[in-house]
Design a protein around this ligand. Structure first.
Ligand SMILES: Nc1ncnc2c1ncn2[C@@H]1O[C@H](COP(=O)(O)OP(=O)(O)OP(=O)(O)O)[C@@H](O)[C@H]1O
Ligand SMILES: [Mg+2]
Length: 276
């Protein structure tokens, strides 16, 4: 299978103010990753470990300090319609109806007006919002707003869908139904999905593979294949295999962070040597 996405030695530094001076802060480092075409990859890690930084790099919203990112073999140099992003906050324009919000991406790629309306309605149908096209965001629930954001992302027919904690602000029941909707859409469209979350259950439920990130600086510390075989109509979350995978991800997240040795912190090796 060809790789949709390749990250090769990716690092991202930010310049930050540290006690009044500017300093370099490494948010992610040494990230190597290959995502096969059509895979659903879930990325899980604690708050601040660099998940959004990584997604922004793939989206082309920022550039890596080192390393390279390839999308279907071509270097990522900026945002493009082969990728679409869904953020945690709905990011809808309040003065536009659901249909007009979905049309937004289509306008930017020059799709003619009549076609835009049809494509927007088709994608609103796809996310279960038939009949809501003329509603404004303030007339929609949180879950519905996020469905509009997903419809907008899908309408431009991206090859890769990038999602940054898209369901984090929703209540548990809405979240579960949107997770199922997303899996249905993913199966129907065959898109490659990179889905960021800090929910272990969410990662195991959605992902075909789970990338576990560790913080300071952010790295991918584990890649876990999710080989569940859900029986339609059964609750896979109560399957013992689900529990075992959940525990594997939980344990991977609990691994102590590998600290970079510094002059102030002698390495274990150096300490041993000093005791000889
Ligand atoms: N533009 C920026 N300038 C300076 N530091 C930044 C910038 N963006 C992110 N960081 C830092 O990089 C680190 C990773 O941030 P990031 O937003 O990627 O984390 P995250 O894993 O998405 O966290 P959360 O789960 O809370 O969303 C943090 O320490 C953050 O302070
Ligand atoms: Mg984030």
């Amino acid at each position: 299978m060809t790789a949709a996405l390749v990250l090769d030695g990716v690092r991202k530094d930010f310049v930050v103010r540290d006690e009044g001076r500017s300093a370099r802060f490494t948010a992610v480092q040494d990230v190597d990753l290959e995502v096969p075409d059509g895979q659903f990859l879930a990325v899980v890690g604690p708050s601040g470990c660099g998940k959004s930084t990584l997604l922004d790099l793939v989206a082309g919203l920022t550039t890596p300090t080192a390393g390279r990112i390839l999308l279907h073999g071509r270097p990522v140099t900026g945002p493009a319609t082969d990728r679409a992003v869904v953020f945690q906050q709905y990011a809808l324009l309040p003065w536009r109806t659901a249909r007009k919000n979905v049309e937004l991406g289509l306008e930017s790629v020059g799709v003619p007006r009549r076609q835009r309306g049809r494509l927007a309605d088709e994608h609103l149908d796809l996310v279960g919002l038939t009949g809501f096209a003329d509603r404004y965001p303030h007339e929609l629930s949180g879950g519905m707003k996020q469905r509009v954001a997903i419809a907008r992302a899908l309408a431009v027919d991206p090859r890769v869908l990038l999602m940054d904690e898209p369901f984090a602000a929703l209540d548990a029941q809405t979240r579960e139904s949107l997770q199922d909707e997303l899996l249905r859409i993913w199966r129907a469209t065959g898109k490659t999905v990179v889905f960021i979350t800090h929910g272990i259950d969410e990662a195991v439920y959605l992902g075909q593979r789970v990338a576990v990130m560790s913080p300071r600086p952010g790295r991918i510390s584990d890649l876990i294949d999710i080989d569940l075989d859900p029986v339609p109509g059964e609750d896979v979350r109560s399957d013992p295999a689900f529990g075992r995978l959940r525990h594997r991800v939980w344990s991977a997240l609990r691994q102590p962070t590998r600290q970079q040795p510094t002059r102030q912190q002698p390495t274990a090796h150096a300490r041993e040597a000093a005791h000889v």
